[in-house]
Write a protein that binds this ligand. Structure first.
Ligand SMILES: C[S@@+](CC[C@H](N)C(=O)[O-])C[C@H]1O[C@@H](n2cnc3c(N)ncnc32)[C@H](O)[C@@H]1O
Length: 241
């Protein structure tokens, strides 16, 4: 997925994709009409355009002025850093963070700020790229950035789940996905016409998932801000495994 390109959601996406990208089904349960939703690190507004299809006008936040201009086509967008959210305490029911936390770097500060802006019981929907996949792990050693954004916080699936609990969130769902499918997506980004053969890679991915699920490149978590979060949040910087 090339986040610098303009949004094409709903066009040129083979339905077979949804069999191997499980977070789509889960996000629909939380991003529902009437909810106040923030898409943190929204890039060009790809997620916001999808949330619009669910009947939700999400607010975007993005530090990069170039992608902000595209995202504005999909709703209201604030240009700011994810570590200092310009919103009131408890302003959102859902904060959606997709492939952003590993760029932000200071996970402790980011989760504290997300917790502050969520209402008690509010939902953090977190989609991430993790080091459990050896190609991601070694690829980042050789090339420690993605689409021009530095990877400042590499983490593993289990480690991030522990961090969420430490920082005052109850994780109600955590799932790994995409062993090799993410590689296909980067190839397909080069030519949209390749989408026609995506079903072949979906089949391959389904087979790989039965054997190598623990080596997935991606994962997602549904986590809820504890009502007594402030008493649980440690001030020390998070330790890494
Ligand atoms: C891989 S892209 C993901 C974009 C989008 N969330 C999506 O899923 O389509 C990473 C995004 O994180 C943003 N980002 C990087 N550092 C950030 C920070 N400190 N605060 C907020 N966003 C940040 C980048 O500008 C970029 O748009």
């Amino acid at each position: 997925m090339d986040y610098r390109k303009r949004v094409e959601f709903g066009r040129n996406w083979h339905p077979a994709r949804y069999r191997v990208l499980p977070y789509f089904e889960h996000e629909k349960k939380h991003i529902t009409p009437g909810k106040r939703v923030l898409d943190l690190g929204c890039a060009n507004g790809w997620n916001m355009s999808r949330f619009g299809q669910y009947g939700v006008d999400a607010i975007g936040l993005e530090p990069n002025g170039v992608t902000v201009r595209h995202a504005l086509e999909h709703g209201s967008v604030t240009q700011a850093d994810g570590l200092i959210l310009p919103f009131a305490d408890g302003a959102f029911d859902v904060i959606y963070v997709q492939h952003v936390l590993h760029h932000i770097g200071d996970i402790a500060a980011a989760l504290r700020e997300i917790g502050r802006c969520l209402r008690p019981g509010g939902c953090l929907f977190l989609v991430e790229t993790v080091e459990d996949n050896p190609i991601i792990r070694w690829g980042r050693r050789l090339y420690p950035s993605w689409m021009g954004d530095e990877v400042n916080a590499p983490f593993y699936f289990a480690e991030l789940r522990r961090d969420l609990a430490r920082f005052g969130f109850d994780v109600t769902h955590a799932e790994q996905y995409s062993i090799a499918f993410w590689l296909w997506e980067t190839v397909r980004d080069q030519a949209v016409w390749l989408e026609a053969i995506t079903p072949l890679f979906v089949k391959l991915e389904e087979k790989l998932q039965t054997i190598f699920n623990r080596q997935s490149a991606h994962c997602f978590y549904v986590a809820h801000r504890r009502r007594d979060m402030d008493r649980h949040v440690p001030t020390a910087v998070l330790g890494r495994v």
